[in-house]
Design a protein around this ligand. Structure first.
Ligand SMILES: Nc1ncnc2c1ncn2[C@@H]1O[C@H](COP(=O)(O)OP(=O)(O)O)[C@@H](O)[C@H]1O
Ligand SMILES: [Mg+2]
Length: 231
């Protein structure tokens, strides 16, 4: 479903003419339905990798394919439809503080798919999936970190994406809420959504027992079906 072919990504540095190599000659394939953990220290290139897949950055060399389509050749008018196939979850949740749980999730739909009854139903279903049906009318400041991240996962799911990209989603959470969020990601995966999770946490990598791609200094160090933390 997703293919990275010999990806190198360099960023220009503003303070001199040098460039920073964030990823170097990275290749791998993702099958639909996989749950892959990208494991690497801070600065290894995990966020860059997820941004390339989300078409938020373009590779310097190489190509990213999504369902056979080269993302480097995608037309501007098709970008929005493409992005609906991808849900992004961040470490810091990125919720709108003045909107309720329901509104934070429905917000993404309001612009394009607004149809009152349909929308309410969709949002309720997804909030139930992440176990937040009782907090529908709460505001973000009334929620725990784990609950906030569940809202963010619900928001990422609203377009029923094929893939969830989760960038250090448990980075701000205690072990209890970390387990909670991983449980939900596992459930979402069981329902058919592909999950790509970036983390530097040994506990997470070892608890998931799924495919692990370890990245070190912008290069793939290992790609194991039943991987363990090796850094
Ligand atoms: N916009 C940018 N400009 C310059 N360098 C960047 C930029 N984004 C990331 N980098 C550099 O690329 C490397 C990989 O970063 P990143 O993908 O954020 O790693 P990770 O998510 O694993 O911490 C780091 O050395 C980082 O400093
Ligand atoms: Mg990162």
């Amino acid at each position: 479903m997703i293919k990275l072919e010999n990806i190198t990504k360099t960023y220009p540095l503003s303070f001199n003419r040098e460039t920073k190599v964030a990823l170097q000659n990275v290749s791998f394939d993702v099958e639909a339905g996989e749950f892959i953990t990208f494991c690497g220290r801070s600065g290894a290139g995990k966020t860059t990798l997820l941004k390339l897949i989300a078409c938020q950055e373009q590779p310097t060399e190489g190509a990213v394919f999504f369902d056979g389509e080269n993302l480097g050749k995608i037309k501007d008018k098709d970008i929005c439809a493409f992005r609906h196939q991808i849900g992004f979850v961040f470490q810091d949740y990125k919720l709108l503080s003045y909107k309720t749980v329901f509104e934070n999730v429905s917000y993404a739909l309001e612009v394009t798919d607004y149809q009152n009854g349909v929308m309410d139903n969709e949002v309720s279903q997804i909030l139930e999936l992440v176990g937040l049906e009782k907090q529908t009318n709460s505001f973000p400041h009334e929620l725990s970190g784990g609950e906030k991240q569940r809202v963010a996962i619900a928001r990422a799911l609203i377009h029923r994406p094929k893939v969830i990209l989760a960038d250090e989603p448990t980075g701000n959470l205690d072990p209890y809420h970390t387990r909670d969020v991983l449980k939900i990601l596992n459930k979402v995966n069981e329902l058919g959504t592909t999950i790509l999770l970036a983390t530097h946490s040994k506990e997470i990598v070892n608890s998931l027992q799924r495919r692990v791609i370890t990245i070190e200094d912008g290069q793939i160090r290992s790609d194991e079906a039943n991987g363990r933390f090796i850094l």
